[in-house]
Design a protein. Structure first.
Length: 703
């Protein structure tokens, strides 16, 4: 490993991004088309292309870091394994009942997505525990064997096991796991006591089912990638990002694949945090727009915001308690990211009432946007941007993707401009503005839904389309500063290189804070520390341990996760401190505290971390300023078509530039409208400054 390089690859819906830090601490990047027929092929090809371009040998690569969309796509597309559920008698329909919440209040015809385990594959067994783990009804193994027989005959590919109160006593679930291994060898099996040993029957069941649903496709993908890397003489043992922002050995992912559902977006936020801190910002909205989706997260006071109560699918993936009920519950640690189906490849269409819509369906890498000329005929967001003049009319990704603007014009005219009776430029700009409106949902779910004002934050834009749409999105939210870092189009891949090795575990411990036995807390934390250290393959004294707990007021249905003030020593002083910190956190989140109501501990959490990521941002290898070109660009009805300078990042070394301008790079494009300015900071970041809106001035005057 000494002296060898680390390389990272992130799969997107349209492109697979590859990045490495050279020996001279500068970055090198590569974008290749994703290969949906076998994503592993695109990863291996992309890595080899970058190695070849950099005149390296595969033997010089010491580690491969990776993030992918395999688990996410399996859920969103409903293409996971055929999954059965074994549960306690009487609890077969937990997945259907969910939380009885309707996310669309004024849509009486709304239908929730179907359960990942259909009712015909959900089997009840006779057993019962109470909430303390005491056996009320012993496990009837005959009922288990009957269920196993029916599973064998059903063609099911994976099994999830989730029994009532198994978090308090895992014996019955463990026995069912043994019987499944004996009678269905080779079957992919998830036990809730291994995936999520916590209270909340629906969330625990849903998370365990998700784990089994994505398990076989994730295993198949990882096996394929391992084989392709070995065939290319690259390290076949690689690390993967998990949804909470750490990296783990890919071998551990096979047992718990639900932890990588949001791994790609998490990597982008890790990279964005590194950028903003070195750029001198402490509060920022991260905006990541690729070919299929747009993601937003929040960094406040320089810290990532994490959650352990997430929903995947349902039109928007998020962790907000105010806008849930439409997706699949995933109760595992994640960076708090909101995601909507709006990307460069999102298809533009009209509904039956003639209203213009964008996404969530995407043209992806194949057939791709119409302008690619690879079979796509439906107009996409990329086609609209091509018509506007925002994109290079000859080729994208530094010439890697040839394009034909006439195909974009024809598609947009046929589907939008013609039927709506408007000019083509107005139609294209309408699409551009509409997709920005769709993306405000993602930003608001991590800001205004939490009582925060987006105007108090800068915005970091990345992903292949982040620089194209960031200013429009920022303008609609009142954000005044947009940061576009070097390598913005591949920042998620770069983020993998900044991450630390990290894993976490949790366990239920439902006790009143002022009455819990200190030894129960100490023993619980000690067991979780041993578990996480073992997962990392390290001794406990060689890892950094972070102790947290879930707290709530007695009688509440949801809790807040906070650092555990007493660590392993629950002294009276530590108990009082924990109580005060929870009261303060509850008041920040909900606007009130209940000083006379007892506080309960619900679960204990331990995160084990080993410092691994790059200590600081690599230097950006500055290029010469390219000759300035000109292009006619439509910036909306206010400005119309404007003769616009097309430059590269290095051209900003000459000083602040007044818009309009288009900054074209290999990894992506940044749009600077006529009323904005662009400058380059000491780290090579493009800083786009928007004009001060009247309402912002009034707000500041009031403050």
């Amino acid at each position: 490993m000494t002296g060898k390089l680390r390389i990272a690859a992130d799969i997107g819906g349209t492109f697979t991004d590859v990045a490495l830090i050279r020996a001279d601490s500068t970055i090198a990047t590569r974008k290749v088309s994703s290969t949906p027929d076998d994503y592993a092929r695109g990863v291996a090809e992309g890595i080899l292309e970058l190695v070849e371009v950099e005149a390296l040998s595969p033997d010089e690569i010491g580690e491969v870091m990776h993030a992918c969309t395999v688990a996410t796509n399996a859920i969103l597309e409903g293409k996971g394994a055929k999954t059965a559920l074994i549960t306690t008698e009487g609890f077969r329909d937990v997945l259907e009942m969910r939380r009885i919440r309707v996310p669309r209040l004024y849509d009486p015809l709304y239908e929730k997505p179907p359960a990942l385990s259909p009712r015909k594959w959900r089997y009840e067994v006779t057993e019962r525990l109470d909430h303390k783990g005491n056996v009320l009804t012993a496990l009837d193994e005959a009922s288990v064997l009957e269920a196993i027989g029916r599973i064998r005959d059903s063609g099911v590919e994976a099994v999830a096991v989730c029994l009532l109160h198994s978090y308090a006593n895992p014996a019955h679930e463990r026995r069912i796991g043994q019987l499944l291994a004996e009678h269905l060898p080779g079957m992919y099996v998830s036990l809730s006591v291994d995936v999520l040993p916590e209270i909340r029957e629906y969330e625990r069941t849903s998370t365990t089912v998700i784990n089994s649903f994505v398990g076989p496709p994730v295993k198949t993908y990882l096996d394929s990638l391992r084989d392709r890397l070995a065939a290319a003489r690259l390290p076949s043992q690689f690390f993967m990002m998990h949804s909470a922002g750490g990296i783990v050995d890919s071998r551990t992912v096979v047992a718990k694949p639900a932890q990588i559902v949001e791994c790609g977006p998490a990597a982008g936020v890790i990279g964005a945090r590194a950028v903003m801190l070195e750029a001198g910002f402490t509060d920022a909205i991260t905006f990541d727009m690729g070919g299929t989706t747009a993601k937003a997260s929040l960094i406040e006071g320089g810290a990532l915001i994490r959650a352990d109560d997430y929903e995947v699918g349902g039109g928007i993936s998020l962790s907000s308690k105010l806008a849930k009920g439409g997706g699949y519950a995933l109760k595992l640690p994640v960076i708090d990211i909101s995601e909507v189906g709006a990307g460069g490849g999102s298809i533009v269409w009209q509904d039956r009432a003639g209203a213009l819509k964008v996404g969530p369906h995407s043209a992806g890498a194949y057939p791709g946007p119409a302008c690619y000329g690879t079979g796509g005929t439906e107009p996409t967001v990329t086609d609209a941007n091509m018509v506007l003049g925002f994109l290079n009319p000859e080729a994208l990704a530094g010439g890697a993707v040839p394009v034909d603007p006439e195909l974009s014009r024809a598609a947009l005219e046929r589907v939008v401009a013609g039927p709506m009776g408007i000019e083509l430029d107005r139609a294209a700009h309408g699409v551009h503005e509409l997709v920005s409106t769709v993306m405000t949902r993602a930003v608001k779910s991590v800001t205004t839904f939490r009582g925060l004002d987006p105007r108090d934050f800068a915005m970091i834009a990345f992903g292949g389309n982040g620089g194209i749409h960031s200013v429009s999105l920022a303008r609609s939210l009142g954000v005044r500063t947009v940061i576009v870092p070097p390598g913005a189009g591949v920042l998620s891949a770069l983020g993998l290189l900044y991450a630390d090795i990290e894993t976490s575990a949790s366990a239920a411990l439902l006790r009143r804070l002022d009455a819990v036995a200190p030894e129960a807390v100490a023993e619980g934390f000690a067991a979780l520390a041993a578990q996480t250290a073992a997962e990392l393959g390290r001794e406990i004294d060689t890892v950094e341990l972070i102790h947290e707990a879930d707290f709530r007021y007695r009688g509440q249905a949801f809790e807040l996760t906070l650092p555990f003030a007493g660590g392993l020593a629950l002294t009276p002083e530590a108990t009082a401190t924990a109580r005060e910190e929870f009261d303060a956190a509850h008041e920040r989140s909900y606007g009130y505290r209940l000083a006379e109501t007892p506080v309960e501990i619900v679960s204990l959490r331990v995160t084990a971390r080993v410092q691994k990521g790059a200590g600081s941002l690599p230097e950006y290898r500055r290029r010469e300023a390219a000759p300035e070109r000109r292009r006619s660009v439509y910036f909306g009805p206010e400005w119309g078509r404007v003769d616009t300078a097309v430059i590269n990042r290095a051209a900003l070394l000459a000083g602040t530039r007044q818009g309009p301008a288009i900054i074209e790079e290999y990894e992506g494009t940044t749009i600077v409208p006529p009323d904005c300015t662009a400058a380059l900071d000491a780290k090579g970041n493009i800083i786009v400054t928007l004009p001060v809106a009247a309402e912002i001035t009034e707000k500041e005057a009031a403050e």
